[in-house]
Design a protein around this ligand. Structure first.
Ligand code: G3I
Length: 370
């Protein structure tokens, strides 16, 4: 069954094989079509010149945030998202573990809620992610796959998910984190069985399911010149040369300020990196931006370096026409993934837990030039 917008009308809820008459809602979460009074379904107050998106909209670029569990729990939070950003990414809701919990079951509920919110508020949405090593369901990770059966599973997943969102998702992170720090192919469920060819398979399946959405390779630490950046460049160059459909490279842009204030490449270095990839004819998105500092205990010099880093990153993107979108990985420091993943670090985002703008917010404004 092919799904077409508006999504709410057709295949919402926990959907078995995504069939109309097979549909069952088992999660207890309601779609906006079922209950339009939910806070997250409301059109928020129009963006004014008090929000980042106002300044970004004058540049024809996008400024986004990741949405996760806090989204939909507070009108103040949702209104802030709609005021400050014109792009959203599902931080977890469109990953395999969530969206494809059993082999014949897809659960689009949470991703659809985010899309409906974005559409109601004039925002774009990035899709994240279609082929990754992490946050996969047990049925996938513990399956006994041959190359043929696993390839079919990957193609079916991408065909179903991308088709569900056909015409609505601005860009998909098709392949996520395929490379090791030394530039070699990361060992994943996909590469272990399908070899490097899974990357091409994923991009082709995504293009077949939606000819209009932008298809991205997304990875971390590509911002730093070195072997991993070189390997990503070669990877993109190779698949582009062979006619594999790819439209962009996602630089995750997770940075850490060190005690000496280093950690974010210079503005000139970032510009040169973005220009290098733009030379391949691909777009550039900064997809998961955050700049962490010691927490607690950051010195004023570290805090200043963090702000300067934010300004440099945004300004570097804006200096390169192909760099069309920047997404920060979460709204508030309290919901950020950083304290869990990097104990002793935090305060990486633009707002504190009280939804108050931080110095980093002003630093982003300065980078935009608004
Ligand atoms: O939702 C449950 C909640 O019900 C439960 O009580 C809680 C207990 O720990 O866990 C919650 O789930 C967490 C989930 O985030 C939702 O916030 C998971 O434990 C946690 O592992 C998960 O972390 C996510 C992480 O990917 C996992 O790899 C982060 O939110 C998410 O921001 C992060 O995003 C990745 C990108 O997709 C790819 N690039 C790296 C980036 C950072 O790891």
């Amino acid at each position: 069954m092919r799904l077409s917008p508006p999504l709410a009308a057709v295949c919402l809820g926990l959907v078995v094989a995504c069939g109309g008459s097979d549909s069952v809602t088992a999660s207890g979460i309601k779609s906006c079509a079922e209950d339009p009074t939910q806070a997250l379904c409301k059109v928020m107050p129009p963006a004014t010149d008090s929000g980042l998106r106002y300044y970004v909209s004058r540049t024809s670029r996008s400024m986004g945030t990741a949405l996760d569990v806090t989204f939909g729990t507070s009108t103040a939070y949702d209104a802030l998202v709609a005021r400050e950003f014109n792009l959203v990414t599902a931080g977890n809701a469109q990953k395999w573990q969530t969206i494809h919990p059993s082999r014949s079951v897809y659960n689009f509920v949470r991703g659809d809620q985010m899309l409906e919110f974005a559409q109601a508020n004039g925002m774009k949405m990035r899709g994240h992610t279609l082929a990754w090593q992490n946050q996969n369901p047990i049925w996938l990770m513990s399956g006994q796959w041959t190359a043929d059966t696993l390839q079919k599973v990957l193609q079916d997943h991408i065909a179903t998910v991308v088709a569900h969102y056909k015409g609505t998702i601005y860009a998909w992170d098709v392949v996520n984190e395929a490379l090791n720090a030394d530039g070699t192919l990361a060992a994943t469920i996909w590469s272990n069985t399908l070899g490097k060819g899974y990357i091409e398979t994923a991009f082709r399946a995504a293009r077949a399911a939606d000819p209009a959405t932008l298809l991205f390779y997304n990875d971390y630490s590509l911002e730093f010149p070195g072997v991993k950046q070189d390997a990503a460049f070669a990877l993109v160059q190779d698949i582009k040369t062979r006619g594999v459909p790819i439209d962009g490279v996602g630089f995750q842009a997770h940075f850490q300020i060190n005690a000496d204030g280093s950690g974010v490449p210079s503005r000139a270095s970032l510009v040169s990196t973005f220009q290098r990839f733009a030379g391949l004819g691909v777009k550039i998105h900064l997809t998961e931006l955050d700049v962490r500092i010691r927490a607690p205990g950051a010195t004023s010099a570290e805090i200043a370096a963090q702000a300067q880093g934010y300004t440099d990153i945004v300004a570097a993107c804006y200096a390169v026409p192909a760099c069309e979108a920047i997404t920060v990985w979460g709204v508030t420091d309290t919901e950020s993934w950083i304290p869990n993943a990097f104990p002793g670090y935090g305060n990486a985002l633009l707002f504190d837990g009280s939804l108050t703008r931080k110095a980093t917010y002003g630093a982003v404004r300065a980078g935009i030039g608004g």
